[in-house]
Design a protein around this ligand. Structure first.
Ligand SMILES: NC(=O)c1ccc[n+]([C@@H]2O[C@H](COP(=O)([O-])OP(=O)(O)OC[C@H]3O[C@@H](n4cnc5c(N)ncnc54)[C@H](OP(=O)(O)O)[C@@H]3O)[C@@H](O)[C@H]2O)c1
Length: 198
């Protein structure tokens, strides 16, 4: 895997886990929290910017970084939920497509949102590899994000254009429902089973 400069905005559960996983995969990582000067500095430095912030914070973060991310890859890991944990958008658009509208010169890729943070530094649940679904319209940007996820340890599936975030976001919501509402807990993860042909 090539060495990228990866900026992570958000230093919480997901930001921290992806940082650990990516540093283990020998990527250069810088992270920023809510400090706007730090957010700008990280976005300017990075080739790939991961937005690991609450869905509701995306417009604010997008406005802060928009002038700095022309041609760069943006990874949207958010679950597009309202504060009372309902799907915020869906079917005719997605959080990721709305983010792309806010960052028109960047290449947004939806990824990682279907897994719980505690599995994001290894891509595994015990011995099982979990699946990251990656959706995006720019082939090079999506390839770069898929390589990052593989480097962490995930099984990675190209899930098509960014519009398929309309499907991936509800899948993340299903994971949350199963884990937090329906009693399965967070020691679960989604994996696509495939028959491998030689
Ligand atoms: N947790 C999971 O298992 C999981 C799994 C898949 C996807 N996700 C998604 O990943 C995202 C992050 O989740 P998380 O669990 O890591 O949340 P978290 O632990 O609450 O961390 C969120 C981070 O975002 C920062 N932040 C909030 N508003 C910001 C702003 N305007 N500018 C810059 N940074 C800001 C917070 O800073 P402060 O601490 O200073 O407020 C914090 O560092 C969410 O969209 C969530 O839906 C989470």
């Amino acid at each position: 895997m090539s060495n990228n400069q990866i900026g992570i905005i958000g230093t919480g559960n997901v930001g921290g886990a992806l940082r650990r996983g990516l540093e283990r995969a020998r990527q250069s990582v810088r992270a920023a929290g809510e400090d706007k000067a730090e957010v700008r500095a990280v976005a300017e430095w990075a080739d790939i910017v991961i937005l690991a912030v609450p869905f509701g914070a995306l417009p604010d973060v997008a406005a802060t970084i928009a002038p700095l991310v022309k041609g760069k890859t943006i990874v949207d890991v958010t679950n597009a939920l309202t504060e009372d944990m309902k799907l915020a958008v869906g079917y005719t658009t997605s959080g990721a497509e709305e983010l792309q509208k806010l960052l028109p010169t960047a290449h947004v890729v939806k990824a990682f949102n279907t897994q719980f943070a505690q599995h994001m530094d290894s891509g595994r649940l015990g011995e099982d590899r979990l699946t990251v679904f990656a959706a995006g319209d720019d082939a090079k940007a999506k390839r770069a994000v898929m390589d990052l996820a593989s480097g962490i340890g995930f099984d990675v599936v190209d899930a098509g254009p960014l519009a398929n975030a309309r499907l991936i976001e509800p899948l993340g919501y299903l994971n949350i429902q199963l884990g937090y509402v329906l009693g399965l807990g967070t020691e679960i993860g989604l994996a696509l089973r495939r028959r491998r042909t030689a």
